[in-house]
Design a protein around this ligand. Structure first.
Ligand SMILES: Nc1ncnc2c1ncn2[C@@H]1O[C@H](COP(=O)(O)OP(=O)(O)O)[C@@H](O)[C@H]1O
Ligand SMILES: [Mg+2]
Length: 275
């Protein structure tokens, strides 16, 4: 697939070229056999600073692997990644502070309250506790806080826990956000709260956002451009309109099926089922 090169005048938030990642699993009773999964195959794309880019793909298409590589948590086998101009993994220290990441299943100390969890993160970041608390409350207010900030995390709804995870990722005011399925499993209200918050963040702070999703309507609402990922390959990218027009489809769902082709019918069927 031809990579859509962004206008060179715009600064690049994310540059990914020919990224490849293979996982090897040992199998069998004596673990003598092994199998390989190509989680990412030759993936290339760019995200401009201040742009929201969405990666749409079914389970197992490589979304989390890609996010984890960009978040410096996993090493790629091949390819080049630059985040805000810094090369990974060589310059990862320079960018760790500039990235906020939210994963589908955020890890928390569930017995502690939202407040304690957030203050602990602030402590790890070396932030002043009072500044962190003020900022956390501001973000939570915008996100639509339900329940009490001092309640243990385990007593909060999944939607509320996700809002806490987003707050934690934003405590240091990072210019770049990596969001792995930030709204998967949320009730409709929490989903809308999170989506509106992300829209405001981009508009008011100019935050660069890469988000993954299997919700077609969500990516269409939030993302200037969308990439279709299936079987570890980036099959196509463009605005929702370009993707629909290119494939002569009325909906993004049809566009995905068309562009994914017969060989990927199984994974696409799964994607459509989930949305
Ligand atoms: N740590 C791992 N070890 C082995 N295989 C993995 C690992 N992480 C992901 N995979 C495999 O890589 C592929 C892509 O997974 P993932 O990136 O989690 O996809 P997605 O987030 O789109 O569901 C899947 O086939 C998955 O089983
Ligand atoms: Mg995933």
């Amino acid at each position: 697939m031809a990579v859509c090169r962004l206008n060179f005048m715009s600064n690049l938030g994310i540059q990914v070229s020919n990224l490849h990642k293979v996982f090897r699993k040992r199998k069998g009773f004596f673990k003598t056999k092994s199998s390989e999964v190509s989680a990412l195959r030759d993936v290339s794309f760019e995200v401009a600073e201040g742009e929201t880019y969405g990666l749409l793909g079914p389970n197992g298409s490589g979304k989390s692997t890609l996010i984890r590589i960009l978040a410096t948590l996993l090493l790629a086998d091949r390819g080049e990644v630059r985040i805000l101009g810094h090369l990974l993994p060589q310059e990862e220290r320079q960018i760790r502070w500039k990235i906020g990441r939210v994963s589908v299943d955020a890890a928390f100390y569930k017995k502690l309250s939202a407040r304690e969890n957030l203050l602990y993160s602030a402590y790890l970041y070396g932030m002043d506790a009072r500044v962190a608390e003020r900022r956390a409350r501001e973000i939570l207010e915008q996100l639509g806080m339900e329940g009490r900030y001092t309640d243990p995390l385990e007593e909060m709804s999944r939607g509320m826990q996700q809002k806490i995870a987003i707050t934690r990722a934003l405590l240091t005011g990072p210019p770049l956000l990596l969001l792995d399925e930030p709204t998967t499993g949320l009730d409709p209200k929490s989903k809308r709260d999170v989506q509106s918050f992300l829209e405001n963040l981009r508009r008011e702070q100019g935050t660069t956002i890469l988000l993954t999703s299997h919700d077609m309507a969500e990516t269409e609402r939030l993302c200037a451009r969308i990439g279709f990922l299936a079987g570890g390959r980036l099959l196509a990218e463009g605005t929702a309109r370009q993707l629909r027009e290119r494939s002569g489809s009325v909906t993004l769902e049809d566009a995905f099926i068309h562009l994914a082709g017969e060989s990927l019918a199984d994974s696409v069927a799964e994607l459509v089922e989930e949305t």
